[in-house]
Design a protein around this ligand. Sequence first.
Ligand code: RNT
Ligand code: ZN
Length: 417
Amino acid sequence: MKTELVTKAYEIAKERYAAIGVDTEKVLKQMQDFHLSLHCWQADDVKGFEVQAGALSGGIQSTGDFPGAARNIDELRQDILKAKSLIPGNHRLNLHEIYGDFKGKVVDRDEVTVEHFQSWIDWAKDNNTMLDFNSSSFSHPKSGSLTLANPDEGIRQFWVEHTKRCRDIANAMGEAQGDPCIMNLWVHDGCKDVSVNHALYRNTLKKSLDEVFAKEQPMMKDCIEGKVFGIGLESFTVGSHDFYTAYAAQNDKILTIDTGHYHPTESAADKVSAVLPFLKELMLHVSRPVRWDSDHVTIMDDPTQELFFEIVRAGALDRVHYGLDFFDGSINRIGAYVIGSRSAQKCMLRALLEPRETISQLELAGEGYKVLAIIEEQKAMPWQAVYDEFCVRNNVPVGQEFIADIDQYVADVISKR
Ligand code: RNT
Ligand code: ZN
């Protein structure tokens, strides 16, 4: 795309927005400070690098076997850098524990230490990337259907030990990068069928969390992620949304809102203003449920747009961490990263470009139709010209031009795998 064309369109857009009181230059600065946390697990369909790795379990599934998935740490790093080169701005990388650099050795989950992530810490530094982290309860012989909520003391202790070690690793990452590492805790614990020990499992999970979080870790932040159900665990989820919301409020933890983890007609966006009076921060897992928690690639659909509107309207930009969480193995995986990330950014951009103050005043003055009118007109405002300008200023392809870059990468790298 000719840069002059983008500039011309941007200048017009800038005037159109200025006319309704929106400063696009300010918004572009805000976009520059908006960092997504790219989830490493889209690159290889949540397999990770454990020598002893088994099949993906724990109620989640990646479908599709599109060729070219990253097979080792070098390929994954290469793919992440490629994806990052096609996304404007600078973004964090979110690692799961199973993506450690185990150097061909069997390292069980209760043995992992920061040494297994030293090469990631070095890589991140070299590539100007901050790291986030996740403990991994799935795809392990001891995963079963209960981990931290397991009444079997041996199994419970195993996962407590794992999760404590993950917090040590996250803290070391935070220290190395001089910025807190955000560690997400999600466990799949639940029941496939009718069961009667719900209170026991939930009390056990609470006890485990209390033990796991007992140690002060100044350079990491804990988030806890609930969900409705997992595959094979359809009837009961120990760590439900209510469970973790209550735990987070009582223990000053970050609540993770995964957009695929609610009933199909339930609004994840609506939860933002409902929990923010009680919680300091939120973590997002931006995903796309199609009929269920299918982790399709994020697009600019209404629920995602609404989520970002709610964050901006709540004035909570700095209280939210923006993780992505999708894993589609049926399409080119770099393409998945680029589409999902750029779509999330576009939703944020549209939210930032809304003339909030004007709309807010009109609403308070009882001018209902004007509120609706302005919100509807926003949908056709030239936000796309602002996004293109954002791409140009960040030296990344404009519009669908990234397709050619990915084609080239397929020819040069992926097709040789
Ligand atoms: C699963 C959760 C969880 C995982 C990742 C891999 O339903 O969304 O966040 O997707 O930890
Ligand atoms: Zn998630």
